[in-house]
Every structure is written in C-alpha cells, then in structure tokens.
Design a binder for this molecule. Structure first.
Ligand code: GLC
Length: 535
C-alpha cells in the first residue's frame, strides 16, 4: 500500500505575523519564514501551512482579504512569496497556502462596488437582503449588517467587516476558482480552506431552529441558543468539496484541508464518497479541547477510526491560531506535552502542529479591552473567568504571540523596539536555542518523533488497532504495514505502570526508563514507548 503524499505528511502551521521578522518592524514576514526553513527541515516537518499573507486591512490579520493575488506589504512582495515556495521545495518540503473562499474584506473592491448601489455589476456578488432573518454570526450576535448606500443588509458569517460572497452567483464561483488555480500554478502544494462549511447558505434563507447550546465548541459552531441548520453544512458545500478536488487534481496530487467545525459524521461528507473524492483532509477539531486521559483518547480514536477509515485519513490537531495552546491546557507540564506529541506523531492520521507547540509555548494572558483581535471587544461586558470556565478562547492574541527563538531581545523574533504583540515573559526559559541544547527537551522529543515517523512506514501509512485490557491510564495501539507491526504504549498517569507482553523489542522510548525487559514493559509516569511486535 502506498498512500498519496498528502496522507503521509506532517503539517506545521506558521502564523506569518508572529514567526520571524526579517526587517525589524516588529511584524513577522515572508523573508523571516524563509530564514527559518532550515530549522523546520532539521526539526523534521514535511509540509508548512502559512496563514494568509495576502493584501488585507488586517482587521482579522489576513483573514479579511482585499486582493487575493497580491501580498500584504508588511509581509513582503510577490517575489518573496514565490521565493518562499521555491525555497521550501528546494529543501524537499511542501507548502500549502490559506484560502478564504467564504468572504472578503469589506475593503475589497468587489464589496465596495457591490455596496455602492443595487444595480452595479457586482450588486449580486454578496448576500443582500431587505430584511434580516434570525441567523447569528459565528462570533455571536446577528450576522446581518446594514449598508445605507443600498438600504439593505449584507450577511457576514464571521465579523461585520468580512462580508460573505454569494457563491450561487456563477461569476463569483468562477473568479474564486481562478484565484485557486493561480497559486497552484505558482507551485503551491495545496490549500487550507478557511471556514469551508459556511460557504453555501440555504437558498431560501430559512430561520435557524432553536438550540439549548450556549457556547460554540471547536467541533460544532451552533451556540448562542441556535442551530446552524440553514447557515452551514448545506448539500451544495459537500458538492463544492468534490468540485474543488477536481480543480486541484488538474495540478497533480495537491493537499486540501478543510477548516470545518462540525460533528464528525458531517465532516466525513466533505471527504466525498467511498473513494475519497472530496477534500483530501479535514481537521478534526474535537481534540482542541482534549482531556489528558487515556480514556478520552481511546474513545476519540475509536470514533475517528469508525468515521474516517481507509482510504480516508484523519487529522490530529491540538493547537491553532484560534484556540488555547495545548501546553497551556497541560499547565505547562512538559512531560505531558511530550506524551501528547508522541500520540500525535504515532496515530493513524496527519499530525498538524502550531508554531511554538514544539517548545511548549503557552498562552499569554491579555486583557480584552486592549486586544488587537476584534472578537474580545464584543465581550468586554462579561467577566473573563466565565470564558475560562466555559473553555472558550475569546482573545486570540493570547495564542499568537511571537515565536520564542532564543533568550535575546524580543526572544530573537525581531530587533524592533516593540513587537506587534508582546513576547511571552517566559521566553528566557522557553525558547528554541535552549531546547536545542537540552537533549531531553520537548523540542528534541518532537525531532526524534518526527524522525521515527519518517523512518517507519507503519506509522505513516499503517492500519491502527486499539489494544484492549490495558491498565486504565495506559493507552495502546498497534500500527501495522506490510511486515512491520509497532505497538505504542502511552501512560497518561503520573504513576509508573507495567504492561505484560509476549515478546517485543523497544524501538522508541519517550523517557529514560521507558523500556521493556523480560516480557514486561515498564512505563514511567507520563511515559511512552514503541515496541516492535509480531502479530
Ligand atoms: C477561521 C480562521 C480564523 C478567522 C475566521 C474568519 O476560523 O481560522 O482565524 O478569523 O476563519 O476568516
């Protein structure tokens, strides 16, 4: 069995504003990313996903685009973008871009024209109505906004300055498809597709039904007492997934990964029919709110395996630019972070890590009132504690602070006086340089896991079978491809645990002491190991 590259790869998400600043203006940029490609290559990631760097008023830091075919000046030029693609390829790595199909910026010339009157050539490019229905936006409150020029309301799924395009208009669809082709022709290896499930809305704009759910969760955006029955996950969006796959197929094997916050059975519809003819990958967001127990992951994996069996490939992701950082959720405990990394890189699925996750960066608590992210400004009335209790990340600035490269000024991210967001105060302890030197650091654990994964086909493309009858805190699964069978054992408990085995050889240990002897696997607290077994 040999899988397409996009089902075997490892993904690393770069938030360009925060990764590396090459021109000392306090903002990360494309040349900064290029400078750090060797770091990523050495670490062992195979594919980078770069969050949007296109022209934008940056009110949602690039997810509000005003020109899809030009580069935001603070990030660089078209030449820089092409160089980034080329330099990534030169290192044998791949790069996917972030495509926002659902909406543009309200400063995009299409919207300015569309808003100007009811009968201009772009009048039907966005969703205009005389009267709003009951739909709320994904960030809370009505998603309908009045424009006096037309005396009508436009629909915005996310924030008011991000008007949704009207995909039922053939010109819109054609133009957006051309944009998608543009970057593939320039060598991009695929796309991460922003809020893909909101692109089509009910053609009749029927009111959404009531729901008891108060807060949206990463795997289901209904909330604020409303289901998303008519505003998301329409049959036309499932069809679009297939059409989009055909489009990318024109350029060879390209990766498409959908950002879709929906229940798993709905996610599966975006991957297409039995042959996987839709999006090649879909994020599984449930685990962005993981519980650090063997029981939690056993249930999660079992359900994922049921819904996404071969030829589908799941995606395991624990952090991104919208949600709490995984190390924060783990209270900054690196032993736990290592075990989580072992899980992520040994499961059947494409792992996706977020910049800084490899060194255990944690959230920087910042007040809502002065946030650069627009979302918290909607919620300054409510006590912060409430959101923490509800496990909702409102101020996304907290997970977007500059990458911590070393212990020098601004953590080596920039030599500007001030960086766009403050650097986390822990940067002298938590940084790349320091963890490079410490053999048992989280960074080096990432590196050895990535190496181990690349060298072992069973981990990249093998089947997965959960092992029963293990101690409660221990999670175990067998990955099998061809003649290779690997057993992964992970102890989510603080106490050491022993597991009896028939015959097995330790081929990977997470910590000193995690090893098998005389038919017994000894796992330290939060320990893990991989054994070569014959089954
Ligand atoms: C997605 C992005 C998020 C952005 C939103 C609107 O959820 O991940 O950062 O704000 O879409 O484009």
């Amino acid at each position: 069995m040999s899988l397409p590259w996009y089902h075997k790869t490892t993904l690393y998400q770069i938030y360009p504003r925060s990764f590396m600043d090459s021109n000392d203006d306090g903002i990360g940029d494309l040349q900064g990313i290029i400078q750090k490609l060797d770091y990523l290559k050495d670490l062992g990631f195979e594919t980078i996903w770069v969050s949007p760097f296109f022209a934008s008023p940056q009110r949602d830091f690039g997810y509000d685009i005003s020109n899809y075919l030009s580069i935001a000046p603070e990030y660089g030029t078209m030449d820089d973008a092409l160089q980034l693609i080329e330099e990534t390829h030169r290192r044998g790595m791949r790069i996917i871009l972030d495509l926002v199909l659902d909406h543009t910026s309200d400063q995009h010339p299409w919207f300015l024209e569309s808003r100007s009157s009811r009968n201009n050539p772009k009048a039907g490019w966005y969703l205009w109505k005389d009267k709003p229905n009951n739909w709320h936006s994904m960030t809370g409150g009505s998603g309908w906004h009045y424009a006096k020029e037309r005396g009508q309301y436009y629909w915005a799924s996310f924030l008011p300055f991000q008007p949704d395009l009207n995909w039922r208009n053939p010109d819109v669809k054609k133009t957006m498809f051309e944009i998608a082709r543009f970057w593939l022709a320039k060598g991009a290896d695929g796309y991460r597709l922003d809020i893909f499930n909101t692109i089509y809305k009910d053609a009749q704009f029927r009111d959404n039904p009531f729901s008891w759910k108060l807060v949206p969760t990463p795997d289901d955006t209904s909330g604020f007492f409303q289901k998303t029955t008519y505003s998301q996950d329409q049959p036309e969006s499932f069809d679009l997934a297939k059409e989009f796959r055909k489009l990318t197929d024109e350029f060879g094997e390209k990766l498409t990964i959908g950002e879709i916050a929906a229940r798993r059975e709905v996610l599966r519809k975006y991957a297409g029919e039995e042959i996987n003819d839709g999006l090649t990958l879909i994020f599984d967001f449930e685990a962005l709110q993981f519980k650090f127990t063997a029981e939690y992951f056993r249930r999660l994996i079992a359900d994922i395996e049921k819904r996404f069996p071969h030829p589908f490939m799941p995606v395991y992701v624990f952090s991104n630019h919208d949600k709490r950082r995984s190390a924060d959720r783990l209270g900054g405990d690196f032993r736990k972070a290592k075990l989580l990394a072992m899980l992520q890189f040994t499961l059947r699925g494409v792992p996706c890590a977020y910049y800084g996750e490899e060194i255990g960066m944690v959230n920087l608590k910042l007040p809502f009132k002065t946030a650069l992210d627009p979302i918290p400004h909607k919620y300054t009335f409510a006590p912060r504690l409430l959101f923490d209790l509800l496990d909702v990340t409102v101020n996304r600035d907290e997970v977007r602070t500059p990458m911590q490269w070393d212990a020098t000024k601004n953590a080596g991210f920039s030599s500007a006086e001030a960086t766009w967001l403050p650097v986390h105060a822990n940067y002298e302890q938590v940084n790349v340089e320091r963890q490079k030197r410490e053999t048992d650091s989280l960074l080096n654990t990432f590196k050895s896991l990535l190496n181990f994964r690349r060298e072992n086909p069973a981990l990249q493309e093998g089947s997965l079978e959960l092992v029963e009858d293990l101690p409660d805190e221990v999670l175990g699964y067998i990955r099998k491809a061809g003649s290779q069978s690997l057993l992964a054992l992970l102890n989510f408990g603080q106490k050491p645990r022993d597991v009896n085995l028939k015959s097995a050889e330790t081929v990977f240990s997470l910590a000193v002491g995690d090893e098998a002897k005389d038919g017994v696997a000894h796992l330290g607290g939060f320990g893990g190991m991989i054994l070569s077994v014959s089954v």
